[in-house]
Design a protein around this ligand. Structure first.
Ligand SMILES: Cc1ncc(C[n+]2csc(CCOP(=O)(O)OP(=O)(O)O)c2C)c(N)n1
Ligand code: SF4
Ligand SMILES: [Mg+2]
Length: 284
């Protein structure tokens, strides 16, 4: 039986005390243990940022990659070995800004992975510049006159592109977040969990208390997760009430299922003849 302690590691963690990332990290461990998922079957992939450091703090396979590039790397890893469970840790800047194009195309391909976006509405690692999810008017050291762009709505974009699992969690509700991560991993196909995450150092508006007053769980309101139009309408609700939980869920064939060439088993378990590649490279 897999336990939470199986994922413990001693790598030094320098997140600020009170950072929402701690809650996300413990929900991940709880969810993996509840799913009886051994560390060797799990691959965590990330880009760059405070959120992207998360895989370092769990004992499992990991790849800490480049700005915004976690999703294409995860797609390649899934193609090479679709027996692995792949979870991507990304931030609002890393995923929706630097990697925005990859976000859209991973959804369109329906790559079977779980994407956790630690959404603190700032670039935390680089000291609080505005990110794509910052609200218009947000003043930062780099935007002293306030953000002039509209904010990016990840849930609406994901739903519009046909994502089969779209959810929002809150780092301050560990029990719900653990359930969401388990459901995202069980979902066959692309699963987005955007996580409202306070940044105690650089976001003084969207604090833990601010979210606590506003978030509610769609499950308690009997939301039907097969209703795309309702899910889309809810994805625009942001203010006195902020919905969390599963907005939409529907399984369709995944990227690897549609790739006939890997139906006989993962590429890594096949024998290959290096001479064939050599011949191809030297062919004129
Ligand atoms: C090409 C390039 N662009 C930008 C940066 C700076 N940079 C590093 S991480 C990051 C954003 C991280 O923001 P987010 O994904 O929201 O993560 P957080 O730190 O908030 O968890 C930025 C802008 C960089 N180092 N190189
Ligand atoms: S700067 Fe913000 S996101 Fe980064 S560790 Fe500190 S609280 Fe967390
Ligand atoms: Mg961020």
């Amino acid at each position: 039986m897999v336990t939470v302690q199986d994922f413990d590691c001693t790598y030094e963690n320098k997140w600020c005390p009170g950072c929402g990332n701690f809650g996300i990290l413990s929900s991940m461990k709880e969810a993996f243990a509840a799913l009886d998922l051994p560390p060797e079957k799990l691959l965590l992939i990330s880009g760059i940022g405070q959120a992207a450091k998360t895989p370092h703090f769990l004992r499992c396979n990991l790849l800490h990659s480049l700005h915004g590039r976690a999703l294409p790397i995860a797609t390649g890893a899934k193609m090479a070995n679709h027996d692995l469970t792949i979870v991507v840790n990304s931030g609002d800047g890393d995923c929706y800004g630097e990697g925005g194009n990859h976000f859209m195309n991973a959804i369109r391909r329906n790559v079977d992975l779980t994407l956790l976006v630690h959404n603190n509405k700032v670039y935390g690692l680089t000291k609080g510049q505005a990110s794509p999810t910052s609200d218009p008017g947000t003043v930062t050291k780099a935007q002293p006159h306030g953000v002039i762009a509209e904010s990016f709505n990840p849930l609406a974009v994901a739903l519009s592109l046909g994502a089969g699992f779209v959810a929002r969690g809150f780092s301050g509700d560990g029990e719900q977040l653990t359930r969401l991560i388990q459901a995202g991993i069980r979902h066959k196909g692309f699963a987005l969990i955007d996580i409202a995450q306070p940044c105690v150092s650089f976001n003084r508006v969207n604090t833990h208390a601010w979210y606590k007053k506003r978030v509610y769980d769609l499950e308690t309101e009997n939301h039907q997760t097969d209703d795309l139009q309702k899910a889309l309408a809810l994805s625009f609700q942001w203010g006195d009430r902020i919905p969390t939980g599963i907005f939409f869920r529907k399984e369709t064939p995944t990227f690897t299922e549609r790739l006939g060439i890997i139906q006989d088993g993962p590429i890594i378990s096949r024998t290959h003849d290096p001479q064939k590649l050599q011949d191809l490279l030297s062919a004129r």
